[in-house]
Design a protein around this ligand. Sequence first.
Ligand SMILES: [Cu+2]
Length: 372
Amino acid sequence: MTDTTAWLQGQLSRRAVLAGGVVAAGGATLGAASGQADHSQHATDAGTPAPNAHSGAHGAMVTVGEVDSAGNGFDPTDMLTDWDTGTVSTLPDGRRLRSWEITAEDKEIEIAPGVMFPAWTYNGRVPGPAFRATEGDRLRFTFRNYGSHPHSMHFHGIHAARMDGVPGAGLIGPGEEFVYEFDARPFGCHLYHCHALPLKRHLHKGMYGAFVVDPDPALHPEHADIARSRLLGSPENREWQELVMVMNAFDTNFDGENEFYAANTIAHCFMKAPIRIARSRPVRIYLVNVVEFDPINSFHLHGNFFDYFDQGTTLTPTLRTVDLITQCQAQRGILEFTYRDHEPGLYMFHPHQSEFTELGWVGMFDVTEDMA
Ligand SMILES: [Cu+2]
C-alpha cells in the first residue's frame, strides 16, 4: 500500500464516522454539511492519529456511505468503458448498419448516498448509453417514449433537419415512437440529448449521453496510424485505456442551482473507487460536459499534462501539453496522456471550479504497475 493510498483510506474511514452530519443535512449541500462534520470529528476521532496538517486541501470532504448501484441499475465505474455499439448488420449496398432501441422513462435514481433524484432517462441510466460507431456507418435509433413528458433524441452530428430531434422533427409524446436515421459523421467526440422545452430542464433531468464516432483509417491516409488507434477494437486501439466521462450535475431542490456534481452521475465515486490505470499504457478520455445552470466546467489533471482534441474532430491535437481544459455547456473533447514515466500512486483529477470539486466532481487515477 502506498503512503497516499493509506492516507486516502484514512480519510475515507474518518469520514465514515461523520455519516450523521451529511445524512442529517438531507438535501442541503455538502458544503453546508462539512462545517458540521469538521466540528464533530474532534469528539468522534479520539484515539486515532492526528490527521496530516495538509489533509484538508483535497479529498478530505467526500460523501459518506455507498450508493446502491444495483438499485440504480448502473455503476459509474462500469460506465467508463461501457460502449454501446448497437446491433450490427449489413445494408443491401454493403454498408454497415448499426441499430439501437432506446426508451425514455421516468426513474428515481440515487446520485449520492441517500440522495434520490427523480430523473428522466434513456434506457434507465444517467448518463444514457455511450454510443460508438465508425465514420460512415448508417445509424438507426428506434426511440420509444415511455416517460410522462414529451422527449426526443437530438444528436450533435451531421444529419437532415427532419432527424434533428426538435419540435416537429422527432420530438414525441408519451407512448409514441420515432426512428432517427443518419450517417455517422463527422468523426469525433460528440453528445446527444433531449431537445424538448424547457431545454435546460429536460437536459438536467438526465437525458444526455456521449456519442463517439471513430475515424475510418481508410479515409485519413495522412494519419492512418492515429485513426487506427482511435478505431474501437483494432489492435492499435487495444493498447489504449479508454474512458468515457460525462460531467453532469443535479439540482436536487429545483432552485436553478446544482447541489451535486460528478462525472458519470455519482458524487465522489472516483474518490472512493479510484480508476485503475496501468502506467505503461496510454490513456484516452472522451470527456463531455452536460452540466446545466453553470456555464463553465473544466478538467484538471494532477502531476501530469495531456494533449487535447477539441470536439475530437481532428487527428492532431488542438492543444498540446496542458494540464487543464475548459468546456462550456455541451462542449466536449478527447484527452490523451500517459503515466509511463511516473511512479505508481494516486493522481487526482477535478475541475478547477473548487465548488464543483467540493460538491462531488473529483476523482483519482490509481496508477499501478502493469495489470494482467
Ligand atoms: Cu426530454
